[in-house]
Design a protein around this ligand. Structure first.
Ligand code: AMP
Ligand code: GLY
Length: 420
């Protein structure tokens, strides 16, 4: 079959790598792709935010199946347009993608589904929001309602920080009319992510993961999109995972179906776990980046079968073949990330690295320049390895990092520390 993947990050490189290994895949196009993806698939220019353009492209290239990587095209209705045109698609409708696109919508669903999550209130009025913060005290969490590329959450350890965040998000007297914030109770505990497929009815877990959001070792420095991840996440034991499905995920899927907006695709649930009880932190309507890299490394070619079963509403008969393995990914980012960074530096040593079922360097922000690979993004590479233990996987990943010659980049040296 002909398959189109939308996106250009490490996540999409990992998806492409897994899909290509499956004999069902005859032709794979990734739009827009990147320099690493170009070594496993065809890359094509396409405005992936334009639903009509995506449908046209899919029809013109006889695409049988589209996998949508990032959240923005989903929120823009790309999956709706593809389904309306009769093209099989992996990814939720715009209405279902609101589970990520609107924090207040997610809270409303949790209420309706009786799913444990942080207590909250939502506001559009700055003074009312400030009064609520003063009354609740710190620590407290302030979230902008819409999609904010991971930047819309402030975990405020003191009142002043919380009030500043409200000023930023509700922009005071000059108020952006639509602006809304959710103010949440601060939850303590350990965080982990659970990735499940849903075809609208059936829920099929495909792996747990934990990421590292801070830029520097020891969880110091600014928040990033993720500097590394590993799977499985030991904190999500079988017992806690089963509770999370029964009390949070399945009731969410049932509530979405009841509303006539069934959720189809991967649901990425973030939980806070304390005293053996999971509570929902957030939902995302896509794979995490870099969490996808470790999931794909573990699932391999069967990832395509699972995504197809999801899109064809056959999840009840699907099964994951688990290997008793561990995977880890170390992100290499441009010096300065998540702030300003320079583009165009040359990355050496990539050619000599192993590329097999236990070792892969997935590309995120790279561009080919003649024979050379250059860095053009914040997060640039996801150096990913698999092993019989987390320690073994980690050793392999860092052995590859050592061999990459890129003075203009940096990485954390402690990915996986919590689990080891
Ligand atoms: P989100 O984008 O909702 O995942 O929030 C980003 C990060 O903020 C999460 O991964 C958590 O580390 C933290 N966070 C969000 N909500 C809460 C909460 N209610 N209590 C504690 N930490 C939170
Ligand atoms: N790694 C976090 C995310 O993809 O949202």
């Amino acid at each position: 079959m002909n398959i189109l993947i939308l996106g250009s990050g490490g996540r999409e490189h990992a998806l492409a790598w897994a899909v290509m290994q499956n004999p069902k895949c005859d032709r794979l196009i990734v739009a827009p792709g990147n320099a690493g993806i170009a070594s496993v698939a065809e890359c094509a220019a396409l405005d992936i935010m334009n639903p009509d353009a995506v449908v046209d492209f899919a029809q013109n290239h006889s695409v049988d199946f589209v996998i949508v990587g990032p959240e923005d095209p989903l929120a823009a209705g790309v999956a709706d347009a593809l389904r309306a045109a009769g093209i099989l698609c992996f990814g939720p409708s715009a209405a279902a993608a609101r589970l990520e696109a609107s924090k207040s919508f997610t809270k409303e669903i949790c209420d309706a589904a009786n799913a444990p999550t942080a207590g909250y209130a939502h506001f559009t009025d700055l003074d009312a929001a400030k009064a609520y913060v003063e009354e609740q005290g710190a620590p407290i969490v302030i979230k902008a309602d819409g999609l904010a590329a991971g930047k819309g959450v402030v975990v405020a350890m003191d009142i002043a920080t919380a009030l500043d965040a409200l000023d930023d998000m509700l922009v005071g007297a000059f108020g952006d009319a639509g602006a809304e914030v959710v103010i949440e109770e601060f939850m303590e505990g350990e965080e982990a992510s659970y990735f499940v497929l849903s075809d609208g009815k059936t829920v099929l877990p495909i792996g747990t993961a934990q990421d590292h959001k801070r830029a520097f070792d020891g969880d110091e420095g600014p928040n990033t999109g993720g500097m590394g991840a590993y799977s499985p996440a030991p904190v999500l034991s079988d017992e806690i995972a089963a509770k999370a499905i029964a009390k949070i995920v399945q009731p969410t899927i049932d509530e979405m179906a009841r509303r006539g907006t069934p959720y189809q695709g991967v649901l990425y649930a973030g939980f806070m776990i304390k005293d053996g009880q999971p509570r929902l932190v957030e939902y995302n309507c896509r794979f995490g980046d870099p969490e996808c890299q470790v999931l794909m490394m573990r699932l391999g070619a069967q990832a395509l079968d699972l995504m197809l079963a999801c899109a064809e509403e056959r999840l009840a008969e699907a099964k994951v073949n688990w290997a008793d393995d561990h995977a880890i990914t170390v992100v290499m980012a441009s010096n300065g990330y998540p702030g300003a960074y320079e583009k165009g530096s040359v990355i050496g040593g990539l050619d000599e690295l192993p590329e097999d079922s236990s070792n892969m360097v997935f590309h995120a922000g790279t561009k080919a320049k003649g024979e050379q690979i250059t860095a053009v993004g914040g997060r640039v590479l996801s150096v990913t390895a698999r092993g019989a233990s987390l320690a073994e996987a980690r050793k392999r990943a860092y052995a590859m990092v050592e061999r990459i010659d890129w003075p203009e980049g940096f990485n954390r040296t402690d990915i996986g520390w919590r689990a080891l």
